[in-house]
Design a protein around this ligand. Structure first.
Ligand SMILES: *Cc1c(COP(=O)(O)O)cnc(C)c1O
Length: 384
């Protein structure tokens, strides 16, 4: 009997050691890790630079509280906003907390209640971020939820035009819906979101918790569609496994988050920020990011070429190294891949989500591709 709440349906695999893209279980079985702890360990396991940064800071000072100046926090904020139209950062410990900060800030700044989010979105499990989430299964049994949010169909410009008005504080969205099944909208939809926000003085909040920090081949996924968010939220890939989240925002919002208005004990402590800085020092370079883009494009094209002939495959979607294969019996295939030494993650119901570390090698991608193709060839009929 476990003394844990049974909140998770866990596999009977205990990963005990990790090195780059590889992990090893309790029987020393080796796997290619294309989960990255759900888009978290973007530089692979135990990256030497990140380990060094952690060790160095851990011998200096771990935690001081935000009662004091924190140099590492200042540096990290500068690095995060440098290539954006955003000016300021607030640090917390998770994606849900980053979204919580965004929701509070948007309401306080606009003095309005209504926030538009989308069906199938995922924004977290706290009360605010859960209320924002567009999936019923996440909210079951917790009502009544916040009245703030209305959920609209994804990629539907007409509905958005109808519902966005002068009483709307914000539109909050993922650029690519991650948990919802790697769903990308049409370019026109993003354009419409931007125009509608500008026309009605609505804040644009982009949840980059899964898509940010290089995952899609850009620092932030909104760059693909030339969006100009007022607020961006981050977590997952920001600390390579050390818990840290952040909210970035424009300077016009600064006065609404004055002393005493919001805060957290742990958020942005020296240890978390030093680790995160070492992650960004590697990822935030144009050469690194264009490699992510190249590898992702290539991998997706190969999957498409080889899987197109299987009628069970509906679509292959994604950007950079956030890729989903929508197919029949996805759950069963994920277990089969695991047996063959490749770890992947489900998304939505019928999607196999592939999230290799961003520094994955071409050889590792080829090896994963071969495992996937062998399984499809074994299991399904092709049409010719
Ligand atoms: C994972 C995720 C969250 C929640 O992050 P936590 O750190 O689990 O609170 C929020 N938004 C998106 C888009 C996510 O993928």
């Amino acid at each position: 009997m476990s003394a844990l709440f049974p909140t998770y349906k866990r596999k009977q695999i205990r990963l005990q050691k990790g090195n780059g893209t590889y992990v090893y279980d309790q029987n020393d079985k080796k796997y290619l890790d294309f989960t990255s702890g759900i888009a978290v360990t973007s530089l692979g396991h135990c990256h030497p630079d990140v380990v060094a940064a952690l060790q160095k800071q851990s011998e200096c000072i771990w935690h001081t509280s935000n009662l004091f100046e924190i140099h590492q926090q200042e540096l990290l904020a500068d690095t995060l906003v440098k290539h954006t139209h955003l000016d300021l950062a607030f640090f917390c410990n998770s994606g849900a907390e980053a979204n919580e900060a965004a929701i509070k800030l948007a309401k306080k700044f606009t003095k309005k209640n209504k926030i538009i989010t989308f069906n199938d979105s995922f924004h977290g499990r706290t009360f605010g971020s859960m209320s924002a989430t567009g999936q019923q299964k996440i909210k079951e049994g917790y009502g009544p939820l916040l009245s703030t949010f209305i959920h609209l169909p994804w990629n539907d410009i007409e509905q958005l035009k109808k519902q966005a008005d002068n009483d709307t504080a914000a539109i909050m969205m993922e650029v690519i819906q991650g948990e919802g099944g790697i769903k990308i909208a049409d370019p026109d939809f993003y354009k419409a979101v931007q125009e509608i926000c500008e026309k009605n003085d609505i804040l644009l909040i982009i949840d980059e918790v899964q898509t940010g920090i290089g995952r899609t081949g850009k620092r932030y996924a909104y760059e693909h569609f030339e969006l100009d968010p007022d607020i961006v939220t981050l977590a997952k890939g920001l600390g390579n496994g050390f818990p840290i989240g952040a909210m970035l925002g424009k300077s016009k919002l600064a006065d609404m988050f004055g002393p005493g208005s919001h805060g957290t004990t742990f958020g942005g402590n020296p240890l978390a920020c030093a680790v995160s800085q070492s992650v960004l020092d590697i990822i935030f370079h144009d050469e690194f990011l264009s490699e992510v883009e190249r590898k992702g494009k290539n991998f997706k094209a190969q999957l498409e070429n080889h899987l197109i002939n299987f009628p069970c495959v509906k679509e292959i979607r994604g950007k950079g190294l956030l890729i989903g294969i929508e197919c029949e019996r996805a759950g069963e295939l994920i277990v089969n891949l695991e047996d063959q030494g490749l770890l992947t993650v489900p998304a939505g119901e019928p999607v196999i989500r592939l999230l290799p570390p961003l520094n994955v090698t071409d050889e590792e991608l080829t090896s994963a591709l071969n495992t996937i193709l062998a399984l499809f060839n074994n299991k399904y009929e092709k049409v010719t």
